[in-house]
Structures are given as structure tokens and as C-alpha cells.
Design a protein around this ligand. Structure first.
Ligand code: HEC
Length: 108
């Protein structure tokens, strides 16, 4: 009886670990996906003109974990910015991990 309970617990723990795992990003795949980000993020000191004049943060050199978190927050609506929300809504977890690996890996 106790042994059975332990097995079920162990199975739950394994499932939990798999869920919590962030896919390891590929910087190479991220470089290709970043084409749609560069219009705003690749230009030093660039400000968007729409919907409001807004400084665009630099992505290169930030920690990959932070970048993934930021993108997830835009997608969930926890962080609010109309442009980034629209962009993050179209990204999968894998896209985010790849992009984070690319930018976090010291590109630009
Ligand atoms: C149309 C311009 C535009 C495009 C295209 C764009 N972004 Fe952004 N991004 C912004 C702006 C403006 C902000 C700042 C928003 C805010 O303050 O919440 C931002 C913020 C971010 C942040 C948070 C940075 C921080 O320091 O907190 C991340 C991460 C990010 N963008 C990633 C991306 C990625 C990845 C792409 C491409 C898939 C992309 N962005 C495409 C304009 C853009």
C-alpha cells in the first residue's frame, strides 16, 4: 500500500518536471526568427512611432531566462504593450527559447 503510493508520487514528480522544463533554445534557429524583431530591436536608440513614441529596449546581452519570461508575460497579457503582445501571441514556447538563446547569446 505504501509502496504503491510512493510510485504514484514518483510518477507525478516526473510529470511535473517535464512540464516545468523550458525547451533549450537554439541560437541558430533564433537568428532566423529574429528577422521580424530587428525592425525595432536591432537599431540602437530607436523609438517606435506607433502607437506611441516609445523607446525600444535592447535585447542583446540580456539573460535568456529574462527574455523568455518577458515574452511569456506579453503573451499572457501580464505585461501590457500592444505591439509586443501581438508579436508574442504568434510565438510558440520553442520560438521564445530560440530567440532568447540568440539574443542572450551576445548577438547585437
Ligand atoms: C514594432 C516594433 C517591435 C517589434 C517588431 C518587436 N518588438 Fe519587442 N518591444 C518593442 C517595444 C516598444 C518594447 C517595450 C515594451 C514595454 O515597455 O513593455 C519591446 C519589448 C520587448 C521585450 C522586453 C524587453 C525588456 O527589457 O523587458 C522583449 C523580450 C522583446 N520585446 C522581444 C521581441 C522579440 C523576440 C521580437 C521578434 C519576435 C520583438 N520583440 C519584436 C517593440 C517591438
Amino acid at each position: 500500500m505504501i509502496a504503491r503510493g510512493m510510485t504514484a508520487l514518483a510518477a507525478l514528480a516526473v510529470a511535473g518536471a517535464a512540464l516545468a522544463q523550458t525547451p533549450a533554445g537554439s541560437a541558430e534557429a533564433g537568428r532566423k526568427k529574429a528577422a521580424m524583431c530587428e525592425g525595432c530591436h536591432g537599431i540602437p536608440g530607436y523609438r517606435t512611432a506607433y502607437p506611441v513614441v516609445y523607446a525600444v529596449p535592447k535585447l542583446g546581452g540580456q539573460r535568456p531566462e529574462y527574455l523568455v519570461k518577458a515574452l511569456q508575460a506579453y503573451r499572457s497579457g501580464e505585461r501590457w504593450h500592444p505591439t509586443m503582445r501581438g508579436i508574442a501571441a504568434g510565438l510558440t514556447d520553442e520560438d521564445m527559447a530560440d530567440l532568447a538563446a540568440y539574443y542572450g547569446g551576445g548577438a547585437k
